[in-house]
Design a protein around this ligand. Structure first.
Ligand SMILES: NC(=O)c1ccc[n+]([C@@H]2O[C@H](COP(=O)([O-])OP(=O)(O)OC[C@H]3O[C@@H](n4cnc5c(N)ncnc54)[C@H](O)[C@@H]3O)[C@@H](O)[C@H]2O)c1
Length: 263
């Protein structure tokens, strides 16, 4: 049985990931962390019924990981919290699956350092949906074949999403920029804003949109649109739980979802 802990346990993704762990025959929920409902049974907090696992204070993450024999931690919280959780969990010797988005370069550097220093394995991805990882592959192919085309990225998410643009849109821009030998990013446009050679990135927020990403390649007299739409958060939760199984079999290092999928 893989002893699995969830940080952000009471959030939208954390709740669904716990449900996936409960349905997985070779996983068990070893611990749950959140800044709300501390001390309460996590199953009662998220509405699955009593699970016998309390919501622990993230401040105690190292001790709880060791006391509960946690082997892998799945984090879907918020960048500033995740950066700290990941460093402490790596220090406690746990493998990691990190779905949180919006990290600064410094936060990313600190997490990678802790993962390397402690010899643990981590899958870090701004999007665990299988289809999005194919979407990034399609973008590479399109960018490499559409010389001189203007590139714009539009992403839409629900009105509770905190960071913008989405980690998935940023990764899409990075993938395209790499193929094109480096491009500036322009986030939205206002006032005098003539188009240069940049990649435009636009974030739309509203309602209950789970996650839409469209990349437009504009040429003279034509355009191509490459689009991914997530219909349900299960696309992300299923991928994250798959990554948690996979990471248990890996040597130390930082991996992406493409590695999990063998791409
Ligand atoms: N990689 C992916 O596939 C993917 C998919 C969906 C969402 N996300 C990202 O996952 C993150 C969470 O999304 P969500 O919709 O579940 O958000 P949410 O706001 O519903 O849940 C976040 C939870 O984290 C908790 N939290 C805050 N600080 C904490 C800390 N220090 N320790 C433990 N828990 C803490 C909050 O109380 C909350 O319950 C966001 O960054 C989002 O962009 C990634």
């Amino acid at each position: 049985m893989i002893r699995t802990a969830v940080t952000g346990a009471c959030g939208r993704m954390g709740t669904l990931i716990i449900q996936n762990i409960l349905e997985s025959p070779d996983m068990e929920l070893s611990a749950a962390f959140d800044i709300t409902n501390i001390g309460m049974d996590v199953g009662e907090a998220i509405g699955t019924g009593h699970l016998g696992v309390p919501v622990s204070d993230p401040a105690d993450i190292q001790t709880v990981i060791k006391d509960t024999g946690t082997q892998v931690v799945i984090d879907f919280t918020i960048a500033v919290a995740a950066a700290g959780n990941v460093v402490k969990a790596a220090n406690a010797g746990a493998n990691l699956v990190v779905g949180t988005t919006g990290f600064s370069e410094e936060q990313t550097r600190q997490m990678h350092q802790a993962i390397r220093d402690n010899g643990v394995a981590a899958v870090i991805s701004p999007n665990f949906a299988v289809g999005v990882n194919i979407f990034w592959e399609l973008l590479k192919e399109a960018a490499g074949s559409l010389d001189g085309f203007d590139v714009e990225i539009i992403e839409a998410h629900h009105n509770k999403k905190k960071d913008a643009p989405s980690g998935t849109a940023v990764k899409a821009a990075q993938v395209i920029s790499e193929v094109l030998g480096g491009r500036e990013y322009v986030y939205g446009r206002q006032g005098l804003a003539p188009r240069g050679d940049e990649i435009g990135i636009h974030a739309v927020r509203g309602g209950d949109v789970v996650g839409d990403h469209t990349v437009l390649f504009f040429g003279d007299g034509e355009r191509i649109e490459v689009r991914h739409q997530a219909h349900s958060r299960q696309a992300f939760a299923g991928g994250a739980v798959r990554a948690a199984h996979w990471v248990m079999e890996q040597g130390a290092g930082v991996y992406g979802m493409a590695d999990v999928l063998g791409k």
